[in-house]
Write a protein that binds this ligand. Sequence first.
Ligand code: FAD
Length: 322
Amino acid sequence: MARVTVVGAGVIGLSIAHELAVAGHRVQILAAQDALSSVSGVAAAIWFPHGVAHTAPVLDSAQVTLQRFQELAGRPDTGVRMRQGTVLMRRADTDTSWTRAVPHHERLDATQLPAHLVPGTGATGVACTVPVALTDVYLPWLHAEVLALGVTMRTTEVRDLREVLAQENPDALVVAAGMRSAALLADDDETYPVRGQIVRLANPGLTEWVTDNDNPQGLTYVVPRDHDVVCGGTGEVGSWNEQVDPEVEQAILRRACALVPALAGQPVLSRAVGLRPARSSVRVGAVEGYDRPVFACYGHGGAGFTLSWGDAARIAALIGPA
Ligand SMILES: Cc1cc2nc3c(=O)[nH]c(=O)nc-3n(C[C@H](O)[C@H](O)[C@H](O)COP(=O)(O)OP(=O)(O)OC[C@H]3O[C@@H](n4cnc5c(N)ncnc54)[C@H](O)[C@@H]3O)c2cc1C
């Protein structure tokens, strides 16, 4: 059995800790904040490889995650639901390589889309059923699962990885600190924030999601959960602003209501901003320069949930069996 320290308790750190504990390792998590208070708590958390390059490892991880979420959706207490919806595509060259991970999907031409979705745009779409994680149920569930597997957790701000190696004395260390991973490792200038703002409305009874990533007025998505509907969004590259912008919210609401008219007049329940940890490519692998094995797992952009189980399995494979 190896003693492994994981820095970070977002969806990535928790999933890694889970897989390492299942493999028989003794795992400790050090994190400044819990998952719901991190970027993971802001996500719409629908399975879709958004904001990451669709490379072979990314699509493989997405597929592994989809299968795991499908299993979890069989247990209502996990907060994972399989939900039908539509990806709208306004460009002829839209990348659809992600569909190979989705067993049940159907290409739709403009005539098959509800008329109000594509007024005059000639958009096409893909209809499919994918997982949606209800973050306020799923993240506490995953946290509890990890603790039940014997993982220990400490709330602390890590400033120096060498200090952690010296004080905690683990056999291996994993950096899964989202947007702040690059600063901790200090060997990476490729990570940057992509600001995302959302607003959550009361759910008038919707179950189907819709995404309209190429909307000329701005990235738009509507993801119904059990009691609310996540409406987004924005994708502001390089912005570190974590404050909700009321004008941006009004624009999101206009676009979301145009896409799903049943949302008009629904009360706002909550609002949030998160900085997606974006990178030229997701970083999953060993980091050189330390006296013990150190691994990185971050840079998941808008796809942290979508890649979580697959990338956790990759880290567990790199560390090896207990
Ligand atoms: C608006 C929005 C919508 C999104 N929608 C989706 C979606 O539909 N589907 C999807 O798959 N993804 C989505 N994402 C992306 C997803 O939220 C992220 O990719 C994911 O949350 C990243 O997880 P993480 O664990 O790497 O980082 P985080 O959730 O940010 O967690 C980082 C953890 O590291 C800890 N930490 C950081 N620095 C330190 C330190 N120095 N010391 C100690 N602890 C530290 C934090 O406290 C926290 O516990 C969305 C993101 C946003 C903003």
